[in-house]
Design a protein around this ligand. Structure first.
Ligand code: PGA
Length: 248
């Protein structure tokens, strides 16, 4: 089965609601990324799914008010951590910080889910490859060169910023299709080859029950990152069923 990463963003408000939601979609190959405050409790109740975080800080401990470290996340049972989500980049998170977070995630034994993707403006200007190329090279720039790639597995999420949180089937009303996302993934495969990391690719951006299969059947994608639809339990359950029927 392919991977479904659920990014709950800043939802829900109450712990009970988070636990109810998590238990209803507790399935293998599902990674639930709740707000930090719920990660410990959720990782305790999950039997099949694994727990992810939506961010983590690169310093392992110390005087860093308000931050939660990769080591602290790992200590409460978190296995994956989203790094470089476009919503954080839009709030000023820089590529140098993202690279440090990725190195720290590996150090703590977490699998980073590295989000990359071009904005609508960059897309219109035909700069897709240029942007994702720069983002990926920078993301892994702090890993020790010449070290063994297989000791680190990253998940790279290609998530065009213009396709996030829209109600459209991503790009279907424009010239963009899953094939174009595949082209980007293939291009990135070539770039990551030779870096001291092994990667698999997932797609993100308004993935829902209608368009899920179109992305999951792409051999380039090992799964998807789901925001809004992951909070709609009946829909997300249907998505799990769809993913179960699509072979790797
Ligand atoms: P969306 O969010 O599925 O609601 O577009 C995806 C994401 O931003 O991670």
């Amino acid at each position: 089965m392919k991977l479904l990463v659920a990014n709950w963003k800043e939802n829900p408000i109450m712990l009970e609601d988070a636990l109810t939601l998590a238990k209803q979609v507790d399935h293998q190959e599902v990674v639930i990324c709740p707000p930090h405050i719920f990660t410990a409790a959720i990782s305790k109740v999950l039997k099949k799914a694994s727990t992810g975080a939506q961010d983590g800080f690169y310093e392992p401990h110390g005087p860093f008010t308000g931050y939660v470290s990769m080591a602290q996340l790992a200590a409460v049972g978190v296995k994956h951590v989203i790094i470089g989500h476009s919503e954080r980049r839009a709030l000023g998170e820089e590529e140098t910080v993202i690279a440090r977070k990725i190195a720290a995630a590996f150090e703590a034994g977490l699998t980073p889910i590295v989000c990359i993707g071009e904005t609508a403006e960059e897309h219109k200007q035909g700069k897709v490859k240029e942007v994702v190329d720069r983002q990926v090279r920078s993301a892994f720039s702090l890993l020790p060169a010449g070290s063994v790639a297989t000791s680190r597995e990253a998940i790279i999420c290609y998530e065009p910023v213009w396709a996030i949180s829209t109600n459209q089937v991503p790009g279907m009303e424009t010239a963009d299709t899953p094939e174009q996302a595949q082209t980007v993934a293939r291009y990135l495969e070539g770039i990551v080859r030779g870096m001291p990391v092994t990667s698999r690719f997932i797609y993100g951006g308004s993935v829902n029950q209608e368009n899920l299969a179109a992305f999951l059947i792409c051999p380039e994608f090992s799964g998807v990152l789901v925001g809004g639809a992951s909070l709609r339990v009946p829909e997300f359950k249907k998505m799990i069923k769809i993913a179960e029927h699509i072979l790797m």
